[in-house]
Design a protein around this ligand. Structure first.
Ligand code: C5P
Length: 434
């Protein structure tokens, strides 16, 4: 049996379970992968004549679930074995987070998670990919491949293995196109470069430097999406040099320059821009706007574009402001912030583009004393170190919760335990890296 075939079997079981119900309650994560996965499940259910309600959550801690007959968890659930075991409903989990233990279901459970079938859930299948396999078993849903790839891009996955299969489905069904290009948001070139967070090029608020950069590359300030092949080549060379100077992680080069994916059945063709819009909406609490965009709503798209602009400005300003506040541990770096807009993007940018040689832990102390933690490292370091385990164990030690993926994980703890938590994170990182 090849690796993907077990997943297809489980996807079929999930589809069969769904078909026994008229209604499902969907709980999904508020990031790009969760929103894309939720949109895939919603579209597939609508097409199958089923009704649903969807909620976008930050996690399942302290969350009261509704007692419906069928609950579908997308991009969450695998890391909450105790909570899922306590549910008195049929359950479908479409997730790619590292499972935290055995689930003992009260009723029927179908658990579709690549980690359970020897498939790499960090790079080769996201939650929206898992949702796509479910949708494919439910009906003629190959056009939803275009939404599935957005989750993979949002989670910085690779188009290998099952993700590669989804991409091919999309190309063959005419909803995706793969081209050579650069992963940058749409807009005038100066705007695309200054407002880009993934890749982070450090041009925000540096207009003179940016003008000089364009001049040296022999580029006019045209629409990025309309650049010719030779202009794209010159831009790629200049960006590669800029990334080298910043000290970016070597793995980002192939993600930024090379193949790009065009989406042909949604209102935004540039997939990395669309992911930025969805992600920004999720981070600023506009999940239903993001969801409507993926369902093809043009009005929601106009709102989404404004939200993307607002969110990115906040993050870019925060990045400039916080750069000197990063502290050194033994084997980690850390940054403690008060009531900041987001920890995820800040942790990702610093750890991938500016200081990739150590794991970075970003802590956001909220007014109510809760602390949101985002930990990030590079694929290279994550070969030895598992941040999901580090977050899970360190949070548990101080009465909090944590988990996620080897390269990108998070935790929720209390302010009074912050020092002890950081000490434990540093100790575990040193132990794993030794
Ligand atoms: O919030 P952030 O983007 O930093 O989360 C990184 C990853 O860690 C996500 O996949 C998230 O679901 C996971 N996480 C978790 N448990 C937590 C916090 C985050 O599994 N308590």
């Amino acid at each position: 049996m090849n690796l993907g075939s077990e997943i297809r079997e489980v996807a079929k079981k999930a589809a069969n379970l769904l078909l026994k119900h008229d209604f499902a309650r969907i709980y999904t994560h508020y990031d790009a992968d969760g929103i894309a996965g939720g949109a895939i499940v919603a579209k597939a259910l609508l097409r199958a004549g089923k009704s649903f309600q969807i909620s976008f959550l930050k996690g399942l801690n302290d969350f009261e679930l509704e007692g419906d007959e069928l609950l579908i968890f997308v991009d969450m659930g695998s890391g909450y074995s105790e909570k899922i075991s306590s549910i008195d409903s049929n359950v479908i989990i479409l997730d790619h987070h590292k499972p935290d233990g055995e689930i003992k279901p009260k009723k029927t459970l179908v658990h579709l998670n690549p980690h359970l079938f020897g498939v790499d859930g960090t790079y080769e299948l996201s939650a929206s990919g898992a949702a796509y396999f479910f949708a494919r078993e439910l009906g003629n849903n190959r056009d939803l491949a275009s939404i599935a790839i957005l989750g993979a891009i949002g989670d910085k996955q690779k188009f290998l293995g099952l993700n590669g299969e989804i991409l091919m489905d999309g190309v063959n069904s005419g909803c995706l196109e793969v081209r050579r290009g650069i992963s940058l948001p749409s807009g005038k070139l100066s705007r695309s470069l200054a407002m880009s967070i993934e890749p982070y090029l450090d041009f925000y608020g540096k207009e003179d430097e940016l003008r000089e950069f364009l001049k040296r590359a022999g580029l006019e300030d045209k629409e990025f999406d309309e650049l010719s092949a030779s202009e794209l080549q010159r831009l790629a060379d200049a960006i590669a040099l800029r990334l080298l100077k910043l000290g970016a992680y070597e793995g980002v080069f192939e993600q930024v320059i090379g193949k790009i994916v065009l989406v042909k059945n949604l209102p935004v063709r540039n997939s990395s821009y669309l992911v930025d819009i969805i992600n920004s909406c999720g981070r600023l609490g506009a999940t239903s706007t993001a969801f409507s965009i993926l369902l093809g709503d043009e009005k929601a798209l106009r709102e989404g574009i404004e939200i993307e602009e607002r969110f990115k400005r906040e993050i870019l300003e925060e990045l400039a402001k916080r750069r000197n506040d990063i502290r050194e541990g033994f084997c980690i770096r850390y940054l403690v912030m008060d009531d900041a807009p987001s920890t995820s993007s800040i942790a990702t940018v610093f750890s991938r583009y500016l200081m990739p040689d150590k794991p970075l832990v970003v802590l956001n102390v909220k007014k109510d004393g809760n602390v949101k933690v985002s930990a990030r490292t590079t694929e290279k370091i994550a070969r030895k170190l598992d941040l999901a385990e580090v977050m899970r164990m360190s949070a548990k030690k101080v009465g909090g919760v944590g988990g996620g993926h080897r390269v990108a994980a998070g935790a929720n703890i209390r302010k009074e335990n912050l020092e002890e938590f950081l000490k434990e994170v540093d100790r575990l990182c040193c132990a794993m890296l030794a």
